[in-house]
Design a protein around this ligand. Structure first.
Ligand code: SF4
Length: 363
């Protein structure tokens, strides 16, 4: 299949691996930002094929993993209200709140529905004017345009029974937080190709310049990932920083102007808590005042809910590249996909789930 098979070609992958082995003379730690990339790396054994002096650590780019516990508890609180239909992508239903998850809430009678797009939630609102329909709007810059579009459309139609519980976060502030940490060991980044498809890569240029690191927008297939790693190592070995695009078939410097426009129209930048990490300044998106009536947090007055995380869970350190999942004492013991303590073990993009699934240092 065009655009798939050639990026899974074993001969091309072997050639890229050979180049990486030739070029890499020093020790380098590179972070892939996105959980989808983490899974592809582990599924294809790329972490085990790289030379030992090129180490990959896994970044915070899993929307389910970084959605704060309080957002899940607020979702559970709203879903339990008899007049609501609560809608969400399927992944979020298994994420544990303080006491239960949305699947359990559904089994107890709450009207919780899986949707594939916020526009589907909008249609449910049109079809059920006597109900309050709430969409759990989480994610990075990849989901933000569609979530913004749903609110924009609801405003245009004057839909009074639709709202979003918003927990949108952005990649560049998280990169700055990681690079500013005194424990940081990351020397270069593979940026998430799908985020860059929306936002472009121009916003990574100041990060690369300020911290003197290479940032390489990279795709998700094995050849994409190896090409991204090679480009990062080449820059590191020659002492260069800056942005080099390894995903040119999808990513441009400017990204998608229409998507960025609707995001900017509906959302504004604000401080945001990241699960396990804490508040990262100016790292999130919230609804602008003009759209405040579509903000479920205000509409249902659930902003005061602030629960405690499991003290055993080290997902914040995993998400910042300080720990591998298998270094967490609870990994495979108290914490498994059947009984997850943290969102990184729940999500299909979570690093802990990937380590468990692909048997990396499993206990
Ligand atoms: S293995 Fe479980 S407890 Fe440990 S960091 Fe991952 S999600 Fe948290």
């Amino acid at each position: 299949m065009k655009f798939i098979d050639e990026y899974r070609d074993p001969a091309r992958a072997r050639a890229l691996l050979g180049r990486i082995r030739q070029v890499a003379r020093h020790d380098w730690t590179i972070m892939e930002i996105c959980g989808g990339q983490t899974h592809s790396i582990l599924r294809n054994g790329i972490d085990q094929l790289l030379p030992p002096n090129v180490r990959l650590v896994h970044g915070p780019g899993c929307p389910v993993c970084v959605t704060p516990l309080e957002t899940i508890d607020r979702a559970l609180c709203i879903a339990a209200m008899p007049e609501t239909i609560f809608t969400s992508f399927g992944d979020m239903l298994r994420v544990p709140g303080s006491g239960k998850d949305l699947f359990m809430a559904r089994s107890e009678g709450a009207d919780v529905r899986i949707v594939f797009s916020p526009l589907e939630a909008l249609q449910i609102a049109r079809d059920n004017p006597e109900k309050e329909v709430v969409f759990l709007a989480v994610g990075f810059e990849t989901t933000a345009p569609a979530n913004a579009m749903a609110v924009h459309q609801a405003a245009r139609e004057g839909l009074g029974n639709f709202s979003e519980l918003v927990s949108q976060v952005m990649v560049p502030p998280a990169m700055r937080a990681i690079l500013s940490s005194p424990d940081n060991r990351v020397r270069g980044f593979l940026a998430a190709g799908h985020v860059c498809a929306v936002m472009g890569y121009e916003e990574y240029e100041p990060v690369a310049e300020e911290f003197g690191v290479p940032v390489v927008p990279t795709g998700f297939e094995p050849v994409d990932l190896l090409d991204g790693i090679l480009k990062t190592v080449e820059l590191l070995e020659t002492g260069k920083s800056g942005v080099v695009n390894a995903y040119g078939r999808v990513v441009s410097r400017e990204g998608n102007p229409q998507a960025r426009k609707v995001m900017q129209e509906v959302f504004e930048v604000a401080d945001r808590p990241w699960r396990g990490i804490g508040v990262i300044p100016q790292s999130g998106l919230v609804l602008r005042e003009a759209y405040a009536r579509f903000d479920a947090e205000k509409r249902f007055d659930v902003g005061h809910i602030a629960p405690q995380e499991s003290p055993l869970c080290k997902s914040g350190e995993v998400l910042q590249g300080h720990l591998k999942p298998s270094d967490c004492p609870a990994f495979g013991r108290e914490c498994t996909p059947q009984n997850p303590l943290g969102a990184t073990m729940v999500s299909s993009e979570g690093a802990c789930a990937a380590y468990f699934r692909y048997h990396r240092n499993s206990v």
